[in-house]
Design a protein around this ligand. Structure first.
Ligand code: 2IP
Ligand code: CA
Ligand code: CA
Length: 325
């Protein structure tokens, strides 16, 4: 849908909309179907029934959603954004569902700890990021959290979308108040981090001695915890995230004065003065794979050295110290 809608509005971007998923599906009869948006909902429904093993109801609901035109602008501030951007030089990374396993499990009654959900539907997010094709730098990002809050009575969910733009000197995001000031930071004692539960025990121990660690699900959700200020950083020491996981969230962090850097490169950089120079160019890039010959095709677009997502660069220095242990 994004490929179709964005490609129609900006034809120069059409061939540069990339992401984790493919639109080729194979149904139980072994028939391969390429799903694209057709000119009418009826035609799209017809195509979808082939993929959905003739489930007419599901196909009709999906076709209706795909062809719907939202009549409300979610955030009126988006209409007032004014900056120059050559749309023909932009590419897009999309992860249509991050934290797929939490989405499939569909657990609704998790309780957050210090604002962070370790599991549950809250961890499932949609990630969309735009980057400059020439420099590889992220410029615009959206994180959509469709299951943000549940009404205890009706059990229905309300979503929450976050967006940010960072282009040259222009920075703007959905976390700024309508007066343009930053929201009040969440106060807490000491440092707090999010990490993957799959990290090695010695890595968990090293960072637990530096601050409180929350082992939350979902790479996108863990970065969202940094964006929202529930934690100071998300530390991942291995290459288990991909360009589609980090492009959008990194643009939002940049718009807040932070970013995402390569964990291994940061670890092996020297601390003091060099860090300033390092940070100026250290943000993850999105125009080409990290290495020319990746270990496997599946790892081609991985953020191979791991990542640190942060807002305050001072926190990075403390992480540097702990990562040497
Ligand atoms: C996954 C998902 C996982 C995450 C992994 C991502 O994306 O976010 O939760 O692992 O890094 O690539 P972890 O939760 O251990 O951090 P997807 O759900 O799109 O496969
Ligand atoms: Ca995904
Ligand atoms: Ca993902």
């Amino acid at each position: 849908m994004i490929k179709h809608d964005v490609g129609e509005k900006f034809p120069g971007m059409r061939d540069h909309i990339l992401g984790e998923e493919s639109n080729m599906f194979t149904n139980t009869a072994g028939e391969s179907v390429e799903v694209t948006i057709q000119s009418t909902p009826e035609e799209t429904k017809l195509l979808l029934t082939k993929v959905l093993d003739e489930n007419q109801e599901a196909a009709a609901l999906l076709a209706e959603a795909l062809h719907a035109t939202p009549d409300t602008v979610l955030d009126s501030r988006l209409q007032d954004l004014n900056f120059d951007l050559d749309m023909d030089s932009i590419g897009i990374w999309i992860d249509p569902i991050d934290s797929t396993s939490e989405y499939i499990k569909g657990i609704e009654d998790e309780e957050p700890k210090s604002g962070v959900y370790w599991h549950g539907l809250q961890c499932a997010v949609i990630l969309i990021g735009a980057f400059h094709r020439e420099t590889g730098s992220p410029v615009l990002g959206v994180v959509n959290q469709p299951f943000s809050k549940q009404d205890p009575e009706s059990k229905s969910w309300t979503g929450h979308s976050f967006w940010g733009v960072s282009h040259g000197d222009f920075h703007c995001n959905s976390l700024l108040s309508s007066q343009g000031s930053s929201t009040t930071p969440i106060s807490r004692n000491g440092l707090a981090f999010t990490m993957s539960a799959s990290e090695e025990a010695h890595t968990k121990d090293a960072f637990s001695s530096l601050g409180r660690v929350h082992f939350a699900s979902g790479a996108g959700y863990k970065i969202l915890c940094v964006i929202e200020g529930h934690v100071d950083a998300y530390i991942l020491t291995k290459g288990s995230t991909f360009k589609w996981d980090t492009c959008g969230p990194q643009a939002i962090l940049k718009s807040l004065g932070g970013g995402i850097v390569d964990y291994q490169k940061w670890k092996s950089s020297s601390t003091d003065a060099e860090n300033g120079n390092f940070l100026a160019s250290a943000g993850l890039k999105y125009d080409k794979p990290d290495s020319e010959e990746p270990v496997s095709e599946g790892q081609k677009w991985s953020n191979s050295g791991g990542i640190i997502a942060y807002i305050d660069a001072e926190v990075l220095k403390k992480i540097h110290g702990a990562s040497q242990d």
